[in-house]
Design a binder for this molecule. Structure first.
Ligand code: AP5
Length: 216
C-alpha cells in the first residue's frame, strides 16, 4: 500500500497514520518526526532545519528530497507519507522518484478541517518526543497528565504549537500545500475525508476511502 496523507497541521494525519501502522504494519514516514529526530541528535540536517521549523516555515526542498530518497529505500513494500509532499515542486520530484522505481500511488487522502478546530487541537496537543505519539488534553487525554499511557515517558508540548507559530504554519499550508489538492485531483487519486469526526470515526472513513475496511 502506498498512500499520501494530505491536510493542514492538526488535522490528524499523524494520529491516523499511526493507527494504520499498528493495524496493518504499513510504515508511516513522517517528515516532521524525522526532522525532529535529526534535531534531537544534532545532525547537520537537524541543524539546517531548526530555524525553519521554529518559524513554522517549510524546510528547503533539496534537504527534504534527499531525506525521502533515503527513507524510500527502507520501505519497498509500502508506506504512508505523512507531511510530504508539501508543495508542487516536492510532488513533481516525488512523481519522478516513484516512476523510476516503477511504483504507483494507491491514493492521496485529504483530511479536511476548519482553521478554528485546528488551532484548538494544536494548542491542546501533547506529544511523546521519543516516538511521535500524540494525546490531546481535551479530546484524548492521557490517564495521568503529562505522561504517556504506553511507555510511561514524559509528554511535551511542541515548540511550533505556540499560537503565533500555528497561525504561520496554517498560512504556509494554504499558500504552499493546498495547491496539491488540485494537483492530485487532476490525477484522479484524491479522496477526501471529514477530519472533524471523532478519531475512531475518521479511521473508519479512511479505511473505507482506501478500500481496506474488510482487511484484518
Ligand atoms: P509536521 O510534523 O509534519 O507537522 P504538521 O504537518 O504541521 O502536522 P501536525 O503534526 O501538526 O498535525 P497532524 O495532522 O499530524 O495532527 P495530529 O495527528 O498530531 O511538520 C513540522 C514542521 O517540519 C513544518 O512546519 C516544517 O517546518 C517541517 N517539515 C515537515 N515536512 C516538511 C516537508 N515535506 N517540506 C518542508 N518542511 C517540512 O493531531 C493533532 C491533535 O489533534 C492531537 O492532539 C490529536 O490527539 C488530536 N486529534 C487528532 N485527530 C482528532 C480527531 N479526529 N478528533 C479530535 N482530536 C483529534
Amino acid at each position: 500500500m502506498r498512500l499520501i496523507f494530505l491536510g493542514p497541521p492538526g488535522a490528524g494525519k499523524g494520529t491516523q497514520a499511526r493507527a494504520l501502522e499498528e493495524r496493518f504494519g504499513v510504515k508511516q514516514i513522517s517528515t516532521g518526526d524525522i526532522l525532529r529526530e535529526n534535531r534531537a541528535l544534532g545532525t547537520p540536517l537537524g541543524k539546517e532545519a531548526e530555524g525553519y521549523m521554529q518559524r513554522g516555515e517549510l524546510v528547503p526542498d533539496a534537504l527534504i528530497l534527499s531525506m525521502i530518497e533515503t527513507e524510500l529505500e527502507k520501505y519497498p513494500a509500502g508506506f504512508i507519507m505523512d507531511g510530504f509532499p508539501r508543495n508542487v515542486a516536492q510532488a513533481e520530484a516525488f512523481d519522478g522518484l516513484l516512476g523510476r522505481k516503477g511504483w504507483v500511488l494507491d491514493g492521496v487522502v485529504l483530511f479536511e478541517a476548519d482553521r478554528s478546530t485546528l488551532i484548538e487541537r494544536l494548542s491542546a496537543r501533547w506529544t511523546n518526543p521519543r516516538n511521535g505519539r500524540t494525546y490531546n488534553a481535551i479530546t484524548n487525554p492521557p490517564k495521568h497528565a503529562g505522561v504517556d499511557d504506553q511507555d510511561g515517558g514524559q509528554l511535551i508540548q511542541r515548540e511550533d504549537d505556540k499560537p503565533e507559530t500555528v497561525a504561520r504554519r496554517l498560512d504556509v499550508y494554504e499558500r504552499e500545500t493546498e495547491p496539491l489538492v488540485e494537483y492530485y485531483k487532476k490525477k484522479g487519486v484524491l479522496v477526501e475525508i471529514d477530519a472533524l469526526a471523532p478519531v475512531a470515526d475518521v479511521t473508519h472513513a479512511l479505511l473505507h476511502a482506501v478500500k481496506l475496511e474488510h482487511a484484518h
